[in-house]
Design a protein around this ligand. Structure first.
Ligand code: DGY
Length: 320
């Protein structure tokens, strides 16, 4: 049995595959695989371990219906046509949970970096612009007691809410498809309609999956409803926000700041105007980039491969 792995992954995953007697091929080139190359590689293998958002659509699945399992090394599965995989009987797995803390840390980092214009200040020092102490310049805002709004309060949102309650005593409001009773009981989180979330959040952090319903939901109309003192944070998927609308809202002062770990498109171009705005902080999709999270993700992805190749239920299966 052989698995094709679309990027180099931590040894924690490879070790499990070796112990299970599963051979693997890792794609190690520093560029994205084309859809054709992915199909050609998969035709030589029994399973796919996909890293980095390879498009697994109906065409791919049709060409690779022999695959016994598709294991994603990600929590998100918006790149996969799950109903099509289900119709073909190919199980799909993902890696939720192990990256929640790391991703919440990234949102927390972006909140503070944005509020204190930290990335912009760093750039100014590098440009030789640290002149003298100016009491009225470089002013940020404090997060203490401000309202944290969470769009999509699942595991990652819970971790962020916990951190923000502890660090800044922030009251938490949220909007979800379903009520999160645990967050309500443990953190006093209050469920609100989407419009209220926009209007009352001082920091609005996005943690929802990308679906047809959530795609582009943070657009000009949404930003116009937010407070001019508010900060928008996105560590989920760039396609949940419209980047032109976000740029416009920041330029016009409709919105105070933004912290992004995901952009639309990715990678962000180096001449993107957001990179020159003082109250904007951008990271290159590193939400889960810690030793702990990536080792955990690699291990779960390998366990999903092993189970799939043995014809057993996946430990972490995705359902439509
Ligand atoms: C995830 O796990 O979905 C992260 O965004 C990495 O792709």
């Amino acid at each position: 049995m052989k698995v094709y792995i679309t990027r180099r992954i931590p040894d924690a995953g490879l070790q499990l595959l070796r112990e299970a007697g599963i051979a693997y091929t890792e794609y190690t080139e520093k560029k994205n695989l084309s859809p054709e190359a992915l199909i050609a590689a998969c035709l030589e293998h029994d399973a796919l371990l996909s890293v980095g958002g390879n498009r697994i659509d109906a065409d791919f699945l049709d060409a690779c219906r022999h695959l016994k399992v598709i294991s994603l090394m990600s929590a998100g599965y918006d790149n996969v046509d799950v109903p099509a995989a289900e119709r073909l009987g190919i199980p799909v797995g993902n890696t939720p949970g192990v990256l929640s803390n790391a991703t919440a840390d990234t949102a927390f980092l972006l909140m503070l970096a944005t509020a204190r214009k930290a990335f912009y200040m760093h750039k100014r020092i590098a440009r030789g612009e640290w002149g003298f102490f100016e009491p009225t310049a470089n002013l940020g805002i404090e997060l203490n007691g401000r309202t944290l709004g969470i769009f999509g309060l699942g595991k990652i949102g819970m971790e962020l809410a916990r951190k923000c309650r502890g660090a800044w005593d922030m009251p938490v409001i949220y909007h979800n498809r379903r009520r999160n009773r645990e967050a309500e009981a443990l953190l006093g989180a209050v469920y609100v309609p989407f419009e209220t979330l926009l209007e009352q959040s001082d920091v609005l952090s996005v943690h929802a999956a990308l679906t047809p319903e959530t795609k582009g939901v943070f657009n000009a109309a949404a930003f116009a409803r937010m407070k001019p003192t508010a900060i928008f944070i996105n560590t989920a998927r760039g396609q949940l926000h419209n980047e032109e609308d976000l740029t416009g809202a920041l330029r016009s002062g409709q919105l105070w700041g933004a912290g992004l770990d995901v952009t639309n498109p990715e990678p962000m171009r180096p001449d993107n105007p957001l990179l020159d705005m003082p109250s904007v902080a951008v990271l290159p999709h590193i939400g889960s980039a810690t030793e702990e999270a990536r080792n955990g993700m690699a291990a779960i992805a390998a366990r999903n491969v092993i189970a799939g190749l043995r014809g057993e239920p996946l430990p972490f299966a995705v359902k439509s």
